[in-house]
Design a protein around this ligand. Structure first.
Ligand SMILES: [Zn+2]
Ligand SMILES: [Zn+2]
Length: 225
């Protein structure tokens, strides 16, 4: 059985999926490679024990340390092509902010990062069996065009930034779901939230704050649509 381990970083969450194979999901902001390796070590793993580095999307606070890690050990990487321009340029490009607070926050998440061309694209992949991981893959755009979600047989679903926990980037009420500060396409976000609800997960893990129960998301979503 796979288990999800949260790796809290400076402003975002990374995850280790530990099981028959080990998969890192997201790499935080630029310069967080060491912190990730230390977290892996605490879980009894080395960087070389990873079979895959999977990215929920290409923003700087999720893709920022990928280059650094892959330089230390050539772990295969994966991203959806919708965010390929970020990975190749080392920049988020224009980010649509939703509130004044998010405009103030933008410099934090908008740091340039070392470009890295992913080895694999997540497009048209419905599961990760070819990487030895028993998990389904879902294209869930809206926060960014290349956002994906990963659903495990354990009932854990990692949904990246399609939702966000609590207030002030998850510092308060982290288990309360809400909109992310940055939304590229609100219609698509709604379709993506519906898609991950349909998966009926037990725990939903996000890029900031979290995790959420199925019912917490369902209750919140009912109120806003
Ligand atoms: Zn993001
Ligand atoms: Zn983020």
């Amino acid at each position: 059985m796979n288990r999800v381990h949260l790796i809290p970083l400076s402003i975002s969450n990374s995850y280790l999926i530990k099981g028959p194979v080990n998969t890192l999901v997201d790499t935080g902001s630029p310069g967080e490679g060491k912190k990730i390796i230390q977290a892996l070590n605490k879980l009894g793993l080395q960087l070389s024990d990873l079979s895959l580095i999977l990215h929920t999307h290409g923003h700087s606070d999720h893709y920022g340390s990928t280059h650094e890690l892959v330089k230390l050990h050539p772990v295969p990487t994966m991203l959806h092509s919708g965010d390929l321009h970020m990975a190749l340029s080392g920049s988020n490009g224009p980010i649509a902010t939703t509130t004044l607070f998010s405009r103030l926050l933008r410099p934090l998440v908008d740091k340039p990062f070392q470009p890295h061309k992913p080895h694999h694209l997540a497009d048209n992949l419905s599961d990760l069996s070819q990487f030895g991981l028993n998990a389904s893959l879902h294209h869930t755009p809206g926060h960014s065009e290349g956002s994906i979600s990963i659903a495990l047989d354990s009932g854990d679903i990692i949904i990246g930034d399609i939702l966000m926990g609590g207030m002030m980037g998850g510092a308060f009420f982290p288990a309360q779901p809400g909109y992310h500060y940055f939304i590229e396409d609100r219609e698509k976000i709604h379709r993506s939230i519906e898609a991950v609800l349909q998966l009926r997960g037990e725990r939903y893990w996000v890029g900031h704050g979290g995790p959420f129960s199925y019912s917490a998301i369902a209750r919140w979503y009912e109120k806003i649509v």
